[in-house]
Design a protein around this ligand. Structure first.
Ligand code: SAH
Ligand code: SF4
Ligand code: F3S
Length: 477
């Protein structure tokens, strides 16, 4: 996780390292990840599968026998970034003609074998549900053939694979709890790249949290495209109409939260993403009940206008979203709330854009992730609506939204002044080696003098000053 508040999910990839395997096959893997937390979490599954086969990792792609890039397709820009990166790998292929280049993840799933035609250096194309077949795909590629597996699954959750923690700070880790998405928001490519929604068996989630705690981790983030939709009824696709008996034996998201919270009071539990249409009061009461479930909800709104929300197929109106906000404020008074917003969706007028700004004023979000609409092939919006808001209007509206969010983030940060915050220490501050940083329950970054504290400790920090999105203070006993 970064210390930044306003980030683009399609951030620069970084090479991910694994400790050396015992059964080394002498081959080196260069693995990097683009896109959302789910992709980073998937890369940890991939690393685990390949470590079992004896691969070690390298941070230098010129040294690699295999380069894997886990790709994102959410916006045009995310795909362009991947293509630029592939261009750079060409240099490595020149010095090592046996080098295998594989594309994984959402862009691989979207383009399928077309990827091989469009990018000649690619040898392997593999979608998010097919990572178990990677060893065979590599074997095929080693014989000089191209290898593709983009089958989507109705069952795969990788529940039995122990992820190798990559690029970790040793304090916080992701646990994926659902895969895929059944929602079909009209702008979104994810249902096409990740397939149908499946929930993962709760006991395997709890066990992973326990293992992490024993290894010294102190925070887990439960991941899914729509965590509130989590429902375990024995595996496979989500049942449309579960019977009463099935429901009695089922685990809901609120129940799962409690199971994970009970692993240990010193294990913080976070989750992402909540979908406004599915977030029940049960979940809110569960957050309020357990001290270690963090008071922070990422609740993407996308737009503050009901006509646009309807076109986006989000399943709620402006008023309904506001009533969810009111419930959060009532049940968890000190809860931080963040959002995703898309500007310039098809046919969005200036007044409708103003509705988004006024909704932001109503909520005063703590953080925000904001994007200009990018049309994606095959989505409902691409087939049905015209992408008719000019690029410069999209970016002007985006700038207005970003400006307002920066103001609100600064306001929320200031509210933390003069208060004592329970902070989980994550690492050394970027600005000074003498300072540590961590987060409070609301996910706000807090910086304080190092003394003898270390990552994984909980400290109480009195906030004395702040920058736009960081509190600065001293430890109080
Ligand atoms: N499952 C999450 C979102 C996953 S994608 C949810 O439903 O909230 C992360 C964010 O990317 C979305 O919330 C949306 O704001 C943005 N996004 C998705 N598709 C987009 C598109 N076509 N153009 C611009 N932004 C998009
Ligand atoms: Fe995309 Fe909507 Fe699913 Fe989120 S809920 S992944 S925005 S389709
Ligand atoms: Fe990108 Fe796929 Fe995540 S499209 S945002 S990597 S689910």
């Amino acid at each position: 996780m970064s210390e930044n508040k306003v980030i683009d999910e399609s951030k620069q990839g970084e090479a991910l390292m694994v400790e050396q395997p015992q059964n080394s096959n002498g081959k080196k893997l260069f693995l990097e990840s683009y896109g959302c937390a789910m992709n980073f979490s998937d890369s940890e599954i991939v690393a685990s599968i390949l470590k079992d086969k004896g691969f070690s990792t390298t941070q230098d792609f010129f040294e690699a026998d295999v380069i894997f890039v886990n790709t994102c397709a959410i916006r045009e820009g995310a795909e362009q970034r991947v293509r630029q990166r592939l261009n750079e790998y060409k240099k490595a292929k020149k010095t090592n003609p046996d080098l295998i280049v594989g594309v994984l993840g959402c862009m691989a799933e979207r383009l399928k074998s077309k990827f091989l035609e469009e990018e000649k250096l690619v040898d392997i194309v593999v979608g998010p549900d097919a990572y178990r077949s990677l060893p065979e795909l590599i074997e095929t590629a080693e014989t000089g053939q191209k290898a593709v597996n983009v089958l989507l699954s109705k069952e795969e959750t990788y529940a039995d694979i122990a992820p190798v923690r990559l690029g970790s700070n040793g304090v916080s880790a992701f646990i994926s709890i659902t895969r895929g998405c059944d929602n079909m928001c009209s702008f979104c490519v994810v249902p096409f790249t990740r397939g149908r929604e499946r929930s993962r068996e709760p006991e395997t989630i709890v066990q992973e949290a326990k293992d992490l705690f024993e290894q010294g981790y102190r925070e887990v983030t439960l991941l899914g495209q729509n965590v509130d939709s989590y429902l375990w009824t024995g595996g496979g696709l989500k049942k449309e109409n579960p019977t009463k008996e099935e429901l009695e034996h089922a685990t809901t998201f609120a129940q799962l939260l409690e199971k994970v919270a009970l692993v240990h009071p010193d294990l913080r539990v976070r989750f992402s993403t909540s979908h406004p249409k599915d977030m029940t009061d049960d979940v809110l009461y569960m957050i309020a009940k357990h001290e270690n479930i963090c008071n922070y909800i990422h609740l993407p709104v996308q737009s503050g206008n009901s006509r646009i929300l309807e076109m986006m197929n989000r399943g709620y109106t402006r008023e309904w979203y506001m009533s969810r906000i009111d419930s959060i404020r009532k049940i968890i008074p000190d809860c931080a709330i963040s959002m995703d917003i898309i500007t310039g969706f098809c046919s969005e007028t200036e007044e409708e854009h103003q509705d988004t700004l006024s909704l932001m004023e109503y909520v005063k979000y703590d953080f925000g992730y904001m994007f200009a609409y990018s049309e994606r092939p095959k989505t409902l919006a691409e087939r049905k609506y015209k992408d008719d808001v000019p690029a410069e209007v999209k970016s002007r509206r985006l700038a207005e939204i970003v400006d307002l969010q920066l103001k609100h983030s600064a306001l929320r940060t200031k509210e933390g002044l003069g208060k004592v915050h329970r902070v989980l220490v994550e690492g050394v501050s970027k600005k000074s080696k003498e300072q540590l940083f961590g987060r409070n329950s609301q996910s706000l970054v807090v910086v304080f003098p190092k003394e003898n504290y270390k990552p994984g400790d909980y400290v109480n920090v009195l906030a004395e000053s702040c920058t736009g999105a960081t509190l600065i203070g001293k430890v109080v006993k």
